[in-house]
Design a protein around this ligand. Structure first.
Ligand code: ZN
Length: 204
């Protein structure tokens, strides 16, 4: 509801909206049916659905960032968008076919490196965007990375097996960090969209 729909290009609003919503909906769906008795095939399908939501936020969430960072370089922008989409397709394939949590986290590495390059472009002044959003995006990716690392390290239940079965286990901590990460994505994108309204590329 805080997206300024009337002031932004429609596709930016739509992809950002879907990016914020998809991991939440898919993860809730996955966890809601964890009491199924259908065995591995049902579980694998549910896990794919969960992973697909994470892939969507990684993919769709970054498209407005790419668009705004390379705002004044239309041809580079199109190539970067295409490259990121191809990278995302590869990431989805890796994430849904991964055999362990570690491999699942690694599936998102290339997208994270790509975003890091965009952030460095902004930091050096070559990339465009609101000066306030960079800090929010860096917090977003730091939270997502830390959440992933907590999830695969199985902290804190590793030190007290059984003691965290209901509360404060690694999976719950990861989900809270991921939700916060999405909130930072939203704040960063809102900053960028406000900035975009009043910006014109040199020579325009
Ligand atoms: Zn989960």
């Amino acid at each position: 509801m805080s997206i300024p729909w009337a002031e932004v290009e429609w596709w930016i609003g739509v992809v950002h909206y879907l990016a914020c919503l998809s991991p939440t909906v898919c993860s809730v769906f996955y966890h809601l049916f964890m009491n199924h008795e259908g065995g591995a095939p049902i579980y694998d399908t549910l896990l794919c659905f969960d992973m697909f939501g994470v892939c969507l936020v990684n993919t769709l969430g970054a498209l407005p960032i790419i668009h705004i960072t390379l705002l004044c370089y239309p041809s580079s922008r199109r190539v970067a968008m295409l490259a990121y989409l191809l990278l995302s397709g590869y990431g989805v394939h890796c994430a849904v076919s991964a055999q362990s949590n570690v491999h699942r986290l690694q599936s998102f590495a290339w997208q994270a490196i790509f975003r890091f390059v965009l952030f460095m472009l902004r930091l050096t002044g070559a990339g465009r965007g609101s000066p306030a959003s960079l800090r929010l995006y860096l917090t977003m990716d730091t939270l997502a990375l830390l959440g992933g690392l907590v999830n695969i390290s199985r902290l804190p239940e590793r030190f007290s097996p059984g003691g965290f079965d209901y509360w404060f286990n690694s999976h719950q901590i990861m989900h809270i960090m991921v939700v916060l990460s999405i909130v930072y994505l939203h704040w960063g994108t809102l900053e960028d969209l406000t900035w975009l309204k009043g910006y014109h590329c040199p020579g325009e």
